[in-house]
Ligand binder design. Structure first.
Ligand code: IMP
Ligand code: MG
Length: 175
């Protein structure tokens, strides 16, 4: 798939401005010493930028990641989610901000949220860079959303199509 079949949805500058604003919202609402838990691999780029924006907003986040399976090489979720990589330390009593790149059907984030709640976190908030509400199959409340988009398949800024395009600094739509 050549890059020229892609339409830029959010430029690097637009993403940076939104991440900065999101960090402000989060730092005003959450305790400063929160634990960010990102979902690999898609949220890695967003977590890296959001963590540094949170620092500028006065927060003091720890950074953890968990890895879920589900998409494989397909554009559509297989529906079955599994935990492939876990957090070594405990999260008992800690305030946690679960961070993902995109909430689509909601299955991944709902599964991850249930996993984290089962570990006795004191509070759990959910932050997604992109929300596709039209695609939702599982109802789940998102506390912080970067951008709401339609039923479009996007790539870049951490998100992929068959492992390609994660490195793009912008978010594009595959036409
Ligand atoms: P869900 O479980 O259906 O909500 O799927 C969420 C995960 O699928 C996200 O964390 C993304 O990694 C991936 N995903 C969903 N939509 C897209 C897309 O448009 N492009 C790339 N990855 C996507
Ligand atoms: Mg993902």
């Amino acid at each position: 798939m050549p890059l020229d079949v892609m339409r830029v949805l959010f430029s690097a500058a637009e993403i940076a401005a939104r991440v900065e604003a999101l960090a402000g919202e989060i730092s005003r609402a959450l305790p400063a010493e929160l634990v960010m838990v990102g979902l690999l691999k898609g949220a890695a780029v967003f977590v890296a930028d959001l963590a540094r924006a949170l620092d500028r907003a006065g927060a003091d986040p720890e950074i953890e990641f968990i890895r879920l399976s589900s998409y494989g090489l397909a554009k559509e979720s297989s529906g079955a989610v599994q935990l492939l990589g876990d957090i070594p330390g405990g999260l008992t009593g800690r305030p946690v901000l679960l961070v993902d790149d995109i909430v689509d059907t909601g299955r991944s984030i709902a599964y991850a949220a249930a996993q984290l709640r089962g570990r006795g976190v004191s509070d759990l908030w959910i932050c997604a860079l992109l929300d596709k509400p039209q695609r939702r199959e599982i109802e789940i409340a998102l506390d912080f959303v970067g951008f709401t988009i339609g039923d479009e398949f996007v790539v870049g800024y951490g998100t992929d199509y068959a492992e390609k395009y994660r490195h793009l600094p912008y978010i594009g739509v595959v036409e």
